[in-house]
Each structure stands twice: as structure tokens, then as C-alpha cells.
Design a protein around this ligand. Structure first.
Ligand code: FAD
Length: 480
């Protein structure tokens, strides 16, 4: 049994680290789905781009997730409607609809990139099933069927391709005696996240993007008159003022708000813009995101391969605390089962940091960003798997792993320019990077390239919902 991601268990040769000095139009920090996609879009638009990745491309959450391509910001559509109505009033329902449609746009963009760059990444579009279990688990709604039925009704009214499945129909599809009913979102899909992102990276390299792996960024500073870094442009010291100047660099088409210097141990890069594609790790470089993005660990295992195809599609149960799918890695039509969850039984331990109130002050307790799977959560996972699939309980486990997600307080990502001119962010996916990272990277790259953004034109509420400067987190009140 391997204690690391199944997806990353494949040969890979990383590019070398940065050494010396360089000038580019945009530095992308982070080589996950966000950073690599952003770099690719920028290079397609003619920008000179460097990606700096602390470890290897796809080694963060991108290489550790379930590979689900789910539409939406929340587990239940009804919850998105309720939360956005709370936050924004009567527009909430329309905004929830837009949030779902933006994710469908994201899905189409991903599928388009696979086709354009001929990326083989086990992509299938059999839909997702949001299920109510007969045994609701800790932390989930007392009546998940009510959430599912209301979501189904709202989604149907709003024109989405969904179906409701009762217990009998569900057993035929799911082969588990534990299910009470499900919402089938026919538009969702699945993929092999590492094959996908490394495929994008090689396409981006082909367009001239420079990749530097094993290259941690240590600071972002504003450039002084002599071209050297002066002051902290990324974190505590805000350089003040907002707004990208409309001056264009000759040739690249990238607007120039002023020079930035990105520092790494072996060298530094002078650049016009920085794209933070670090998701959960953003607060480590930019402290202003400490209260906006909370790291949360998620844990998963895969079984030994099963030669039969047990089911297609991807499955979410107990308000999303548990999820599973069968991979497409053979033999024949079959594949391993991937099963994740258990966080709800160990919420505090699975949080990267949280805030405690002591003598009237909030204190941050730091637990780090550990990716190694833990015995306690994996045991909870095993128990859930065995009770959901009693006939498969004896299957051996091939890989167990963890990864760190970046949660926002309202489940929507942060997309756009930060308080520091020239420093942009795409992060805070709350476990849904495959739903929003691509479309968000597109929005930011369009802005940097000075092009109108089709996404922003089509979905006018996006600026509000994805506002990169919106409020901080009240970590103690967050359910997850
Ligand atoms: C167990 C688990 C299951 C999940 N399941 C799903 C799912 O099924 N569907 C879905 O949509 N989402 C899922 N997610 C969430 C999804 O993986 C993330 O939303 C997505 O991968 C985020 O991508 P990213 O590129 O923004 O961040 P990451 O993939 O985390 O990439 C950030 C990168 O930044 C690098 N980095 C950090 N600091 C620095 C620095 N100082 N200098 C240079 N580089 C740095 C990191 O090494 C990392 O590679 C899951 C996550 C986990 C952990």
C-alpha cells in the first residue's frame, strides 16, 4: 500500500529550478490546475510567462483530488440560493443560477482544452449523483432528502438537465443498500487530474511558457529605481491604490501597472504582473488571505482494481462529506474504486489552522499543511466504505493520501486583482477547483491581455460573487 496519491504514482521528470535573473510579462506562482491553465491562456495571448512551482507540477491539491468535475459552489443548489440570498438579497436565486452556469462554462473550457491539445486524461461525462444516505452521518443534514428534492425542483425550474432517482432506481445504478434517493446532475464529469494538468503544462511549454519546479517563491516586492525589489508588495505591506493601468507592453499586449520582483532562493524575476495560483497556500505568502482562505485537509484511498464496471459517474453523499467513483484504469472495463471523506469526524484535526478566542483576542493556532494520510481519518473512511459497499469490504487498498484545499467563507472563489496593483489571485475553491479554476484563470488572463472577458460579459454577477477583496472569514462559525 502506497501512502501517496494514486494520480501522482507515475513517472515524471520535473524541469529545473530557477537560477539567476529573468524578465517576463507575468509570473504565475503555483503549478496546479489554476496556475498551469492561467499560464497557458496567457501564452496563447502572446504573453511571456514563467511558472514557479515549489515542488512539481500538479503536486498540490490538483494531484490529490477525486477528479470530479462538479458544477456549483455548494453541495446543494438550494443552499447556494439560500446563502446568496442571505448575502445579496433578492438577486440570490439568479446569482446561484449563474454560479452553476459558470461552472458549466468551466467544464466546456476544460473539455475544449483536452481536445485542442489532444490530452488523454480519462475524461468522461456520465454526470454526478448527490445522494441521501439512509444513515445520515455526523455533520450532515437531518433530512438530506428534503435538500435534494428542493434542489432538484429549483434546478429544473432554472433550466438545468437534472433527474431525481428514488431508492429503487438508485440501487440499480449504485449497488449500495444504503441509499435513499439522489439528484442526478447529468452535466457533470470526471477526469485524471494529473494527466490533464501535466498535459496542459506540456502544451504551455510548447507555447514558450517557462516552468521552474522545486522553486519556492519567498517574496513579491515592488521594483525600485535600480530594478531591485523594494518593500513587500504581496503581504502585510500594501503598496496602496488599485486598478491596472491601460498602458500596453509592445508586442505582448499585457497591460503594465508597474514593475514587481518575484524572489526565489536561486534567483528572481522582474515582471509586470503576478498571478497567485496557490489556493490553500496563499496565506503563507500573502497574510491578507489568512482570513479569506482556510486550509482544510481532505483524505482519500483507492482500492485494488475491480475487473467489472460497477458504476459510471461520480457520487457525493452525506452533504458531500463522502464521495466515490470507479476509475477507468482497467483491467478491461473496470478500474479501482476511489473513496474519500471522514473529515466530518475529525474537523479540528483536518483544518490547517483555525482561530481561538482567548481573553477577548483571536489567536491563530497553526496545524500546518500536512498531506500524509492519518490513521484516524482513513479508519473513518474504511468504515464508511465498508458500510456503503458491504460486498466490496474485503477489497485491498492500493493508495492512501491527503491533500490541502482552500476554503472560502461563502464557498465562492476569489478571482481578480488583490489590494496590490499587479498581483492577481485565483483561489478559494472550497473543494471545487475543477469547477472554477479554468474559467477563473480565463477571466484573469483576459483582463491582463486587455481583452473583453466573455465570462464577465455573460454573467454580470460574477464580479460580486468572486470579488477578490470581499470579506474575511469567521472561522469559528464555519460549519466545515
Ligand atoms: C482530497 C481532495 C479531494 C478533492 N476533490 C475534488 C474534486 O473531486 N473536484 C474538485 O473540483 N476539486 C476537488 N478538490 C479540490 C481541488 O483539488 C482544488 O480546488 C484544486 O486542485 C486547486 O488547484 P490550484 O491549482 O488552485 O491549487 P493547488 O493544486 O494546491 O496548487 C497550488 C500549488 O502552489 C504551489 N505553491 C505553494 N506555495 C508556493 C510558493 N511559495 N512558491 C511556489 N509554489 C508554491 C504548491 O506546491 C501547489 O503545487 C479536492 C481536494 C482534495 C485535497
Amino acid at each position: 500500500m502506497i501512502r501517496d496519491s494514486y494520480w501522482l504514482d507515475m513517472p515524471y521528470t520535473p524541469s529545473g529550478p530557477l537560477s539567476g535573473e529573468l524578465d517576463v510579462d507575468v509570473v504565475v506562482i503555483g503549478g496546479g490546475v489554476t496556475g498551469v491553465t492561467g499560464a497557458l491562456f496567457l501564452a496563447e495571448g502572446g504573453a511571456r510567462v514563467a511558472v514557479l512551482e515549489r515542488r512539481e507540477v500538479a503536486s498540490g491539491a490538483t494531484g490529490r483530488n477525486g477528479g470530479f468535475m462538479l458544477a456549483g459552489t455548494h453541495e446543494y443548489y438550494v443552499e447556494a440560493v439560500e446563502e446568496l440570498t442571505d448575502l445579496y438579497g433578492a438577486d440570490g436565486r439568479r446569482m446561484a443560477g449563474e454560479a452553476w452556469r459558470i461552472a458549466l462554462e468551466n467544464h466546456d473550457l476544460m473539455a475544449g482544452l483536452m481536445e485542442k491539445y489532444k490530452i488523454q486524461c480519462d475524461y468522461y461525462r456520465h454526470g454526478s449523483y448527490v445522494m441521501a444516505m439512509k444513515r445520515p452521518d455526523r455533520g450532515s443534514h437531518a433530512d438530506p432528502l428534503e435538500r435534494i428534492v428542493r434542489s432538484y425542483n429549483l434546478l429544473q425550474e432554472d433550466g438545468f438537465d437534472v433527474e431525481y432517482l428514488d431508492e429503487d432506481r438508485l440501487y440499480g445504478i449504485k449497488r449500495s443498500p444504503q441509499l435513499a434517493g439522489a439528484l442526478w446532475n447529468k452535466f457533470d464529469g470526471e477526469l485524471h487530474p494529473v494527466k490533464y494538468v501535466r498535459g496542459l503544462a506540456s502544451a504551455a511549454s510548447g507555447l514558450g511558457v517557462l516552468f521552474f519546479e522545486n522553486t519556492p517563491v519567498t517574496s513579491i516586492a515592488r521594483r525600485g529605481a535600480d530594478g531591485n525589489g523594494r518593500g513587500d508588495a504581496g503581504g502585510r505591506g500594501d503598496a496602496g491604490g488599485r486598478g491596472v493601468s491601460s498602458v500596453s507592453r509592445a508586442g505582448s499586449g499585457v497591460s503594465s501597472p508597474g514593475g514587481l520582483v518575484v524572489q526565489t532562493p536561486g534567483g528572481r524575476i522582474r515582471t509586470q504582473h503576478v498571478l497567485l495560483g496557490m489556493n490553500a497556500y496563499t496565506p503563507q505568502l500573502d497574510a491578507r488571505y489568512e482570513r479569506r482562505i482556510i486550509p482544510q485537509r481532505g483524505q482519500v484511498f483507492t482500492t485494488e482494481p475491480v475487473s467489472e464496471r460497477l458504476f459510471n459517474g461520480v457520487f457525493y453523499a452525506n452533504d458531500g462529506w463522502e464521495f466515490w467513483r470507479q476509475l477507468h484504469d482497467g483491467p478491461g472495463e473496470g478500474g479501482r474504486l476511489l473513496f474519500g471523506g471522514g473529515r466530518n469526524h475529525h474537523i479540528r484535526a483536518e483544518r490547517g489552522f483555525h482561530f481561538l478566542r482567548r481573553r477577548g483576542r483571536q489567536i491563530r493556532t497553526y496545524r500546518g499543511y500536512k498531506e500524509r494520510p492519518t490513521r484516524a481519518v482513513q479508519r473513518s473512511n474504511d468504515r464508511s466504505f465498508n458500510s456503503t459497499f458491504p460486498h466490496l469490504a474485503a477489497l485491498g487498498r492500493s493508495h492512501r493520501w491527503g491533500g490541502v484545499m482552500g476554503f472560502s467563507y461563502d464557498s465562492s472563489p476569489f478571482v481578480g486583482e488583490t489590494e496590490t496593483p499587479g498581483v492577481h489571485i485565483v483561489a478559494g475553491f472550497t473543494g471545487r477547483g475543477n469547477a472554477y479554476a479554468t474559467v477563473a484563470a480565463r477571466m484573469v488572463s483576459d483582463r491582463l491581455l486587455g481583452r473583453p472577458s466573455a465570462v464577465e460579459d455573460q454573467f454580470e454577477t460574477v464580479k460580486k460573487v468572486f470579488d477578490p477583496l470581499r470579506g474575511g472569514i469567521d472561522a469559528e462559525n464555519r460549519r466545515r
